[in-house]
Design a binder for this molecule. Structure first.
Ligand code: PBG
Length: 343
């Protein structure tokens, strides 16, 4: 008797050509490939990050992120009209204030740059989903994501619990300005619970919290820090952002964020952490987002500008991989390009 395994004869001496499994049949033409394609990108799944500066008529290019610019509120409004017409899932706003202090006052001021931006965008394009990044690093004079205190041995540390109050106030001020969703990116312990409690207390019970839950201390945030002017003046963020070596810890961190009331979870950066996107997708039944960060974007753009890589194909391949890994939502600086290419 001849053993047959999925149609392929085990008798190697006389393989029957007609019995081969030919995977190439379904790859033979674009209509065929299109029919069997498993993963799709939709503009509605993409969120465009935008940087807002004080002033008027400002569109200041960010050199390390070609095609992106710091925008004044009036320019932001125009940009958001374009974003809306392209059918993107939404925007996430990052305020870049002129004045910074050691209390991050601008982060939670009612007339802060982000609050002004949210009000203007929601007025001009009420149906565009507006998320805000809730963090302090753009607003502190030292560039850290929380309150810096001196420890007993004379060193500096970011104090966790006193920072929670700033974050909660910031989230409420964003919601009050009209933000549809808040996204805390600071990585302080207990921030999701603190934000949820304060939002509810002020009546914003329907404002979802999108937790930057598995956020790693990554070198790939470099270009963003130019865009957001948020480079720490001393030290680094490794005492609050995660060690890139730790996957199990990332899952625990996501579980904690869920337990504290997060509505959506984010993995950030995206491409170097696809394993965690997949594990999060398998383990948690909430929307999973991924942030293709500034450095991931900058690498593709730099290679493309050197003629070493095809920009559009690199964009689609990287984003499709992030979708395939399990992200339902992607924050990416390519959002508009994807929507235009798909149209
Ligand atoms: C703020 C924040 C950062 C990013 C998003 N929110 C920078 C950081 O943590 O240093 C990075 C986004 C990007 O690189 O595109 N805390």
């Amino acid at each position: 008797m001849r053993l047959k395994l999925v149609g392929y004869s085990l008798n190697m001496a006389s393989p029957t050509p007609g019995n081969f499994i030919r995977k190439r049949r379904l790859r033979s033409s674009e209509p065929m490939r299109r029919l069997v394609r498993e993963t799709h990108l939709e503009p509605s799944q993409l969120v465009l990050p935008l940087f807002i500066v004080p002033g008027e008529g400002i569109r200041k290019p960010i050199s390390s992120m070609p095609g992106n610019a710091q925008l004044s509120v009036d320019e932001l409004v125009k940009e958001c009209e374009t974003v809306y017409s392209l059918g993107l899932g939404g925007v996430i706003l990052f305020g870049v204030p002129d004045d910074k202090d050691d209390k991050a006052s601008g982060a939670y001021a009612d007339d802060g740059i982000t609050q002004q931006a949210v009000r203007a965008v929601k007025k001009a394009t009420p149906n565009l989903l507006v998320m805000t990044d809730v963090c302090n690093c753009e607003y502190t004079s030292h560039g850290h994501c929380g309150k810096v205190v001196q420890t007993r041995n004379g060193e500096y540390d970011v104090d966790n619990d006193s920072t929670l109050d700033w974050l909660a106030k910031t989230a409420v001020s964003h919601a009050k300005a009209g933000a549809d969703m808040v996204a805390p990116s600071d990585m302080m312990d207990g921030r999701i619970a603190a934000i949820r409690r304060e939002l509810d207390h002020h009546g914003y019970t329907n404002t979802p919290v999108f937790a930057y839950a598995a956020k790693f201390a990554s070198v790939f945030y470099g270009p963003f820090r130019e865009a957001a002017e948020s480079t720490p003046q001393f030290g680094d963020r490794r005492s609050y952002q995660m060690d890139p070596a730790n996957g199990r810890e990332a899952l625990h961190q996501m579980q904690i964020n869920l337990d504290e009331g997060a509505d959506l979870l984010m993995v950030k950066p995206a491409l170097p952490y696809l394993d965690l996107i997949r594990q999060a997708r398998n383990r948690f039944d909430v929307p999973i987002g991924a942030y293709q960060v500034s450095g991931e974007f900058a690498m593709i753009m730099a290679a493309a500008q050197n003629g070493w890589i095809d920009q559009e194909r690199a964009m689609f391949e990287s984003l499709t991989s992030i979708r395939r890994a399990g992200a339902g939502i992607i924050l990416t600086y390519f959002s508009k390009d994807v929507a235009r290419a798909l149209a």
